[in-house]
Design a protein around this ligand. Structure first.
Ligand code: ADP
Ligand code: MG
Length: 482
């Protein structure tokens, strides 16, 4: 079903294309040896190249190129063996060179695709137009002094990938799913940490609206949105604004806007500049970038298993539902943890414990899988006790809570608390007889046809045996006498 917004003149469709800036994980910057790490005292990660000193020459960082190619491969995109660097001219106080080195006409990566899955299970493919490398700018600081502004050039020259999508996105949910998927792929590849709070991934959101079946109308670009929630929200707000403009007989102007979440509106920043306003020209300091197919092939062989492939393998190999598999591959570390628990055990049971009790416990204690208080080996050890019927499922919950608290192994806890499952038929038969004697009236009712009382008897026997009886044997014993 198509997502639409209802206006005075009927239903409107939304059209969205995203430009994502993702900071490349590398030790040093795109064209200099200065550190690319986050933070640091202002202006401590700056070389003369980054500061735009006359006569300095940029030297391309090979690792950044490898990262861009890995990303292109992860997006199932075409790798361009020849690409070029251009100068994009701006005047900004935090851009000392007066231009940004970017790839305009010949990006390193061409068309690709990202598969997304929506809440109702619909699968869609969002086209990637291109991915190119470019430099980040420095940062102006206006809040340090009442009269003066300062410049921090630590970011200047840090390598970014700009990943441009086709205008294939049709609603806020798809935009959210696309960004989450993109971030997941980048993290798996180790090419960007996807940390939107620190600005290492941010999105420009292009929005237009149209009536069904119409060609695209004019778009507006919302700059630098720094959370997935804000991206989704800004699309809705901006589409609603454009619908009003069109319906009031106006025209949407192509412009760059800012999203203000506190006032729930977008505001005009500047009218949209065109490519020719930047006076792009090939950077005379840099030769065309030519990479060998063999190198691309080697990078491809070194790629990790990607999330979609891992999900499909989990479904096949472990026989778990697709939804559970998607949850388990959300992060590489979760997937690794799960596999360690599931290997050689009841894989469905393992999936239930990881996505249920373990995730619940991590949430409660504010931890992540990497500092889980229960290791994969320890959880596996507990599942072994369930499988060999040392404990039943109910006691397992108690053991799990104890493991969380004490860090003891499941076996030690079972021993310490005497939680071993009772499989002694004599003890179970005695408890059954006792429960029947104390509930003679219910026994009558049951025998008179009130079948659903069976659960009541099971509950009473389990209670009498402190939850430790083997449930199958209790059922068996009750069936025999009832
Ligand atoms: P520019 O370089 O000026 O930003 P591009 O043609 O590269 O322009 O497009 C930028 C983004 O805008 C892309 O993500 C593209 O999908 C998106 N886009 C293009 N046309 C539309 C439209 N009519 N509505 C919404 N998004 C659009
Ligand atoms: Mg743009």
């Amino acid at each position: 079903m198509t997502y639409t917004i209802e206006g005075k003149t009927g239903a409107w469709e939304i059209v969205v294309g995203l430009e994502v800036h993702a900071q490349i994980i590398s030790h040093s910057k795109l064209f200099s040896g200065a550190s690319a790490s986050y933070g640091g005292e202002p202006n401590t990660h700056v070389s003369l190249v980054d500061a735009g000193f006359p006569g300095m020459l940029p030297v391309l960082n090979q690792e950044c190129v490898a990262q861009a190619i890995r990303t292109g491969l992860g997006l199932r995109a075409r790798i361009n063996l020849e690409s070029r660097f251009d100068r994009k001219n701006y005047f900004y106080a935090d851009l000392p060179t007066g231009y940004q080195i970017s790839q305009f006409t010949h990006p390193i990566v061409g068309e690709g695709t990202v598969e997304i899955e929506l809440g109702d299970g619909t699968v869609r493919h969002i086209g990637i137009t291109r991915l190119h490398m470019e430099q980040d700018a420095g940062k102006s600081m206006h809040d340090q002094d009442p009269a003066r502004s300062f410049i921090d050039l630590n970011r200047a020259g840090v390598a970014l990938m700009e990943i441009v999508s086709e205008p294939d996105i049709r609603c806020p949910e798809e935009a959210g799913a696309y960004l989450r998927k993109l971030r997941q792929i980048l993290r798996y590849l180790g090419t960007c940490d996807g940390n939107m709070e620190e600005g290492s991934m941010r999105a420009d959101v292009n929005v237009s609206v149209r009536k069904a079946g119409e060609p695209f109308r004019t778009r507006c670009e919302i700059k630098n949105v720094n959370s997935i929630r804000y991206v989704m929200h800004s699309i809705e707000v901006e589409a609603t604004r454009q619908i009003e403009v069109w319906e009031d007989g106006g025209e949407v102007d192509q412009e760059t806007r800012l999203f203000d979440p506190s006032r729930n509106e977008t505001r005009s920043l500047r009218s949209k500049e065109d490519a020719h306003d930047y006076r792009y020209f090939p950077d005379p300091d840099l030769l065309p970038l030519v990479v060998e197919q063999e190198w691309v092939d080697a990078l491809e062989r070194g790629l990790p298993e990607l999330p979609d492939d891992k999900r499909d393998r989990f479904v096949k190999e472990y026989g778990i539902p697709r939804y559970d598999a998607s949850v388990l591959v959300a992060e590489q570390a979760i997937a690794d943890y799960y596999e360690e628990v599931a290997k050689g055990r009841d894989a469905r049971l393992a999936a239930n414990w990881v996505t249920g009790d373990l995730f619940g416990a991590l949430n409660r204690t504010g931890r992540t899988i990497t500092d889980s208080p229960i290791s994969a080996a320890a959880l596996g050890g507990m599942l072994d006790l369930v499988s060999d019927k040392t404990i039943n499922g109910k006691i397992a919950k108690e053991v799990f809570e104890d493991m969380l608290e004490t860090g003891d192994s499941a076996a030690a806890i079972v021993e310490r608390k005497g939680l071993k499952q009772v499989t002694d038929t004599g003890a179970i038969d005695a408890a059954v007889a006792d429960v029947m004697a104390r509930n003679a009236d219910k026994v009558e009712e049951y025998r008179g046809g009130k079948d659903r009382l069976f659960g009541f008897f099971v509950g009473q026997v389990m209670k009498a045996m402190a939850g430790k009886a083997n449930p199958a044997m209790v059922n068996e014993a009750l069936k025999k006498v009832l």
